[in-house]
Write a protein that binds this ligand. Structure first.
Ligand SMILES: [Zn+2]
Ligand SMILES: [Zn+2]
Ligand SMILES: [Zn+2]
Length: 446
């Protein structure tokens, strides 16, 4: 299988649109239309047209009654997905799984989930809401079957996102969930509407399901965070190439070398001791210096959480000021390759755009690129979208050469990860063409 080719293309077995996109995206195909039409039965779901409505009807026919029963309340997305799963299972609909997998073939991890307090509480609450929601319209399966369905749902769900990586919904893909995780994947899962497309991001000589790996977790994370997320959500210990690569993992939490004019990197071992600078070799770190550096790292982590909360509650101006201050405090202490300093720059980048500080935004965005290109695979949607965002701003403020370079690079990555026909690639191409046209006009005029 050559790089850029689709290993798998699959329609969801069952899926649900996130509540926040209700009435702006079609509940069936997840695309936006100018004239979405509301289901006249429940008034809660929207479709492009009769065709999308018809395709959803096998499941929505019963769901519609349930939604009407609890209206104007709308159950949580996970409860909606659960009911849709129960209906789908009971229907025995035609199989659309390319690797012929059935719902009952999906892993349950039921023993681990039973021992997991958060998940069992979540299940208890779900059964309660689900019973009210299903009412007389849908008869729920036995408690044991309900539990198995819940386990299969939480272990095998995919977050469906758009080209710009914004979350749209949740889906179950029977074949897609055969693919295992690696922090150094050889393929990437993307979505065309709600259709899952997995593409090879390197040549895969044998593309059988157990030789294709995607990443289940955020890759811009230190090994401890990745492993914790995988353990908590999927109940396994990752032993991939990346997870045992100490040099790689230590870089993610590294500090700047304190020696003047050395831009080397000082790493922290698991036991919180400092290793000699990778560039100049100095190991002369006073206890105060170590203590200070660790305090800055801890503070940065705490502040990042606070920034997240403040961002949700509104004032981007306040958040922008906070980011600027924190960047000042951490520069020259946290290394630019430290993922926490990258996350900070990322937040500053987004909020600077919101506040329309274009130059500052470009500066912050550019500073994240080296870490992005190191920690994400060569062909990664995350890296491509970051390049696209920076490139768009550079075009806007007329840094034409830089804009062209970043947009070209974004385009070449997206051609591999999403294919040339994906909307996001067309969108990037539009900006790139505009950029080239403006450069042409400029050079002719001078
Ligand atoms: Zn549609
Ligand atoms: Zn309806
Ligand atoms: Zn790993």
């Amino acid at each position: 299988m050559k790089i850029g080719n689709a290993v798998l293309e699959e329609e969801p077995y069952c899926h649900v649109l996130l509540q926040e996109h209700r009435s702006t995206l079609c509940d069936r195909c997840f695309t936006s239309g100018d004239s979405l039409k509301k289901c006249t039965g429940c008034g809660e779901v929207w479709y492009c047209d009769k065709a999308c409505q018809k395709r959803d009807w096998a499941v929505h026919k019963l769901e519609c009654k349930c939604l009407k029963q609890v209206s104007p309340k709308i159950p949580m997305d996970s409860v909606r997905l659960m009911l849709r799963l129960i209906i789908t299972k009971s229907k025995d609909l035609p199989m659309n799984s390319p690797w012929s997998r059935k719902f009952d073939d999906l892993m349950t991890h039921s023993e681990e989930i039973r021992a997991d307090k958060t998940r069992t509480e979540q299940f208890g609450k779900m059964v309660f809401t689900l019973t009210e929601y299903a009412g007389k319209a849908v008869s729920l399966p036995s408690a044991a079957e309900l539990y198995d369905t819940f386990c299969r749902m939480v272990i095998n769900s995919f977050t469906i996102s758009d080209g710009e990586l914004k979350d749209l919904g949740t889906g179950i893909y029977l074949s897609g969930s055969m693919l295992d995780h690696s922090c150094k994947p050889n393929a990437v899962a993307t979505f065309h509407g709600c259709t899952l497309v997995v593409r090879a991001t390197e040549d895969i000589p044998d593309p059988s399901p157990n030789k294709v790996f995607i990443s289940y977790v955020e890759q811009l994370s230190p090994v401890t965070e990745r492993q914790k997320a995988l353990k908590e959500q999927y109940y396994f210990d990752c032993k991939c190439e990346r997870c045992v690569d100490d040099e790689y993992n230590e870089t993610m939490t590294s500090f700047c070398c304190p020696v003047q004019n050395c831009d080397g990197l000082v790493c922290l071992t698991e036991g919180n001791t400092f290793k000699p600078c990778r560039k100049c070799g100095t190991k002369d770190f006073s206890p105060e210096l170590k203590k200070g550096a660790l305090a800055v790292l801890d503070d940065c982590k705490t502040q990042l959480d606070i920034i997240d909360k403040e961002k949700k509650s509104g004032s981007s101006k306040k958040v922008f000021e906070k980011c600027k201050k924190l960047i000042q405090e951490t520069t020259n202490i946290l290394h630019p390759m430290n993922v926490y300093s990258v996350r900070l720059l990322d937040k500053a980048f987004d909020v600077a755009i919101e506040e329309e500080h274009w130059e500052k935004a470009i500066k912050y965005g550019q500073k994240t690129l080296q870490a992005y290109s190191t920690y994400y695979p060569k062909y990664s949607p995350n890296y491509a979208i970051q390049l696209f965002k920076v490139g768009k701003l550079q075009l806007y403020v007329q840094y034409m050469e830089d804009a062209a370079r970043n947009l070209e690079q974004a385009q070449s990555i997206l051609t591999v990860t999403h294919g040339a026909n994906h909307d996001i690639n067309k969108n990037v191409t539009l900006f790139l063409n505009q950029c080239r046209e403006e450069m042409r006009v400029k050079s002719n005029g001078s």
